[in-house]
Write a protein that binds this ligand. Structure first.
Ligand SMILES: [Zn+2]
Length: 256
């Protein structure tokens, strides 16, 4: 029997009444466990086992497979459900976590950072500087870059990854993961690179170097956020090989 705090990532339906859940816990990483009869709305744990709920679970694992015997809501993030834009970004975050290597799942800081990200998505709103959609793209980029760094692929952003120069850093190598100077780029190094601006490199550096609380506290223009978002998602796909249908869905929703 284990008692644990957990973030509900996803479920699949089983039989007529049951569901197999994947949950993310601070001490145990990802766990799969079944809840019997949960497909009935009248089930006592129905609300606490909705996707993105942060709940306290009691799991009976005495029979090999884990069975959830009780679930209590700690935080429902109910504002995530206020719009399809927020829902689709939360779904992408849950999908990324579901696909991450098990080793990094036991990092308590990463667990808290994932909760903080869901909290920020839930609270996101049209502000004085950014529209809701731009703010969501900003949060997506922060989450992706932190996932990349936690997985051990922190990009080199202060100097050229080919020659070490800190001048004319105008490209980003989407495979190597770092800034490239114009001189190296023109010589044909890092052919898989894209153009990048100084403000994009600054934004990415800030995210990579900040702790999980201060990382959300910066502002950037919509253009800077947009380019950093394209770079972070492409670099993440190249390094972690996580191709998420949820990402495509989120991007289509934001564009619409
Ligand atoms: Zn160079």
């Amino acid at each position: 029997m284990i008692k644990t705090k957990a973030l509900v990532l996803k479920y699949t339906n089983m039989n007529d009444n049951d569901r197999l859940f994947t949950v993310f816990c601070p001490e145990h990483g990802k766990i799969s466990a079944i809840s019997k009869g949960i497909r009935s709305h009248k089930h006592k744990d129905f609300a606490a086992l909705q996707p993105f709920c942060y709940s306290e679970l009691v799991i009976d694992n005495s029979r090999g497979l884990g069975y959830i015997s009780s679930a209590q809501i700690l935080e429902s993030f109910f504002e995530l459900r206020s719009g399809v834009e927020k829902m689709s970004l939360a779904a992408y975050v849950a999908d990324l976590v579901s696909n991450l290597a098990d080793e990094i799942m036991y990092d308590d800081e990463f667990f808290r950072f994932t909760l903080n990200t869901l909290f920020m998505i839930a609270k996101a709103a049209d502000g004085s500087k950014l529209t809701l959609n731009d703010e969501l793209v900003r949060l997506k980029t922060i989450y992706e870059l932190k996932v990349i760094c936690t997985s051990g692929y922190m990009p080199q952003l202060q100097s050229c990854m080919c020659c070490g120069s800190d001048k004319s850093l105008e490209y980003f190598d989407l495979y190597g993961g770092g800034a490239v100077c114009t001189s190296c780029h023109d010589k044909g190094f890092a052919p898989e690179s894209c153009e990048v601006t100084d403000s994009v490199l600054k934004m990415m550096s800030y995210i990579c170097q900040s702790d999980d609380k201060s990382v959300f506290k910066f502002s950037a223009s919509p253009e800077t956020i947009d380019l950093a978002a394209k770079i972070s998602e492409e670099y993440l796909i190249n390094k972690l090989e996580i191709v998420s249908a949820r990402l495509e869905y989120f991007k289509n929703i934001i564009k619409a």
